[in-house]
Write a protein that binds this ligand. Structure first.
Ligand code: ADP
Ligand code: MG
Length: 290
């Protein structure tokens, strides 16, 4: 028979929008010491608007957007959706695309008019020994915009600055967890200035920026190595291994299927404040150990 506490807790977790996929992990939640949040789509809305387009070579600004939005019209990423909307708003027609491929957590690539086209993260540029030295781009990045780069035949020809907003719910999620003595940290594939600005707004204890997809899991290990019991919370395909590696993997309900399948608990309402409910209900069900 199911013990009464578990039956009651199942009802309470469901009422609180929690889908418990692994009960042992839910039990571990009572001893949680740190939460590592993914940024885009988890702490932020993941709804991007194009703030500015910068031409770096032979293409003009409109052309930069036409190539980039063409490529992005094939991608599901929130940045891609923002780019397509941005082109539409500016009356720029996206170029038709062939042979699209997603570079998960780093960008996307395709063939357009017989040329190799990529839109990528700053981390991708660095990994590939490319760099962009442009005052306007630097300023946009320092202001906290998410900047991605258009590569045409392996050469940076443009930069697009996009702005996302912190979810209003994230403020309360972080402050309540911190009030319970839980360290709140963030890991992101986005650039350091963006991460810094989000971390400062939310009062996070620590953050990791420009983390390539395969490195997210290393960051979970790094936090574990500080002798902390850590929950990872994310939405993306590239968050999945980190969700598995953490002591408690939490997926945003509106996130990708892969993230949901890799998680121990799913936040059905996609509200980061529900992380607090996990902790409170786990303690109420199993008692606080330590
Ligand atoms: P986070 O780690 O903050 O959740 P993602 O993992 O979704 O962010 O993406 C990490 C970075 O990879 C983004 O900041 C962006 O630079 C780049 N990126 C991923 N997908 C795309 C795309 N379709 N177009 C442009 N850039 C992308
Ligand atoms: Mg994400």
């Amino acid at each position: 028979a199911v013990p009464l506490v578990v039956a009651v807790s199942t009802r309470l977790t469901a009422q609180n929008g929690l889908l418990i996929r692994d009960r042992a992990a839910f039990e571990r939640a009572r001893n949680l010491q740190a939460v590592l949040f993914d940024k885009t789509g988890t702490l932020t809305e993941g709804r991007f608007g194009v703030a500015e387009v910068v031409a770096l070579a032979e293409l003009g600004e409109e052309a930069v957007l036409a190539w980039a939005a063409g490529l992005e019209s094939q991608s599901q990423h929130p940045i891609a959706q923002g780019m397509v909307r941005g082109a539409e708003e500016r009356g720029v027609a996206p170029k038709p695309v062939e042979a699209f491929r997603s570079l998960t957590g780093q960008g996307a690539e395709a063939t357009i008019e017989g040329r190799s086209v990529r839109v990528v993260s700053p981390g991708y540029l660095r990994e590939h020994g490319l760099s962009v030295d442009d005052g306007a781009v630097r300023k946009l990045a320092e202001e906290g915009n998410t900047v991605v780069y258009l590569l045409l035949d392996d050469r940076p020809v443009g930069a697009i600055a996009l702005a996302d907003v912190v979810r209003p719910e994230s403020y309360e999620a972080v402050s309540r967890l911190k009030a319970m003595g839980i360290q709140c940290m963030m890991v992101t594939g986005d650039a350091a200035p963006v991460a810094k600005s989000v971390a400062a707004k939310l009062g996070l204890d620590d953050y990791f920026a420009e983390v390539l997809p395969h490195q997210k899991v290393e960051k979970v290990r790094e936090v574990k190595a500080r002798s902390l019991t850590v929950a990872m919370i994310g939405d993306g395909v590239n968050d999945a291994p980190a969700l598995v590696e953490s002591d408690l993997g939490i997926a945003i309900g509106a996130g990708t299927e892969v993230a949901i399948e890799s998680a121990d608990v799913v936040l059905v309402r996609s509200d980061p404040r529900d992380v607090f409910a996990i902790l409170a209900l786990s303690r109420a069900t199993y008692g606080k150990m330590i």
